[in-house]
Design a protein around this ligand. Structure first.
Ligand code: THG
Length: 262
């Protein structure tokens, strides 16, 4: 599975403080630690408290690029911040994210094309996230069609079925799993699928347990990528073990160590 580290997000207090005080060592440590723990890319989000999202995104990506050239997921809803972020992150990074409305797709997909970025697209529209899989899949199909029209290959398109906290939207978890499964039937080659995993456990008492259980279920249904906390070792071990049991790696007694040495 492709892992995008979630920790560089102004939603976390240590990150919003580091942004406010321009403490680049905190950000660079978070970047290095997540990559050492197995992240393939890093999510970058200035958070809701940012007074100047454009400048803060520019600063975050600049200081991250001093320590790594790995792909970044530019996580913002603001068009100007997205363009600045993608231009600094460079080719092979992720536009995170667009929703499924035509107006949004027509604004954002040309940016992904211009900067050679992969695209994360949420199965939501102006009414929000539909509760059932059928409506999510209908939005996903529209997104795939729009990507084709804009010359973006479906292998570079990541459909995010948007998992919500299980304590407020319990019926959504199954709908998300069903969407992940059926996304592969939309076209050939199919789009990839992704989740912002930690959403599922927000507000629950045992967050790590909820996260790792849902990740394993989603993996069994074909999930390709996740934005998650790679510093949670039990979560990473569950992922590696699930991939082993799904036949994605050949068994050896030390498979956990062998995976980490890859
Ligand atoms: N899909 C896509 N992008 C996303 C999401 C998604 N980006 C943001 C988010 N969802 C994924 N990242 C996080 C990061 C942190 C948390 C959840 C998801 C989180 N934060 C603590 C909280 O809210 O309780 C912050 C508090 C703290 O610990 O300091 O849980 O779904 N494409």
């Amino acid at each position: 599975m492709f892992i995008i580290g979630e920790k560089i997000n102004g939603m976390f207090k240590n990150v919003s403080e580091a942004i406010a005080t321009k403490n680049k060592l905190i950000i660079q440590e978070l970047a290095k630690k997540q990559l050492e723990a197995g992240a393939d890319a890093l999510d970058v989000n200035v958070g809701p408290a940012s007074a100047d999202p454009l400048k803060d995104m520019e600063w975050l990506i600049t200081v991250i690029r001093e320590v790594t050239g790995m792909p970044l997921a530019v996580d913002t809803t603001k068009l100007a911040v997205m363009e600045k972020g993608l231009s600094l992150a460079g080719p092979g990074s992720f536009l995170n994210s667009t929703s499924g409305q035509k107006e949004k797709l027509d604004l954002l997909l040309p940016l992904a094309k211009k900067y050679n970025s992969k695209v994360i697209a949420l199965t939501m529209n102006k009414s929000g996230v539909p509760a059932n899989a059928e409506a999510r899949l209908e939005i996903a199909a529209n997104i795939v069609a729009a990507a084709m029209e804009h010359g973006i290959e479906t292998e570079n398109l990541y459909i995010d079925a948007v998992i919500l906290p299980v304590n407020v939207a319990q019926d959504h978890a199954r709908a998300v799993l069903e969407t992940i499964k059926q996304c592969k039937l939309i076209c050939d080659p199919p789009p990839k699928t992704i989740l912002g995993l930690s959403n599922v456990s927000q507000g629950t008492l045992n967050r790590p347990l909820v996260d790792k259980t849902f990740l394993v279920m989603a993996l069994a249904l074909g999930l390709d990528a996740a934005i998650l906390n790679p510093l949670d070792k039990e979560l990473m071990d569950s992922m590696i073990t699930a991939e082993l049991l799904l036949g994605k790696n050949i068994y050896c007694d030390s498979y956990l160590d062998a995976y980490r040495k890859k």
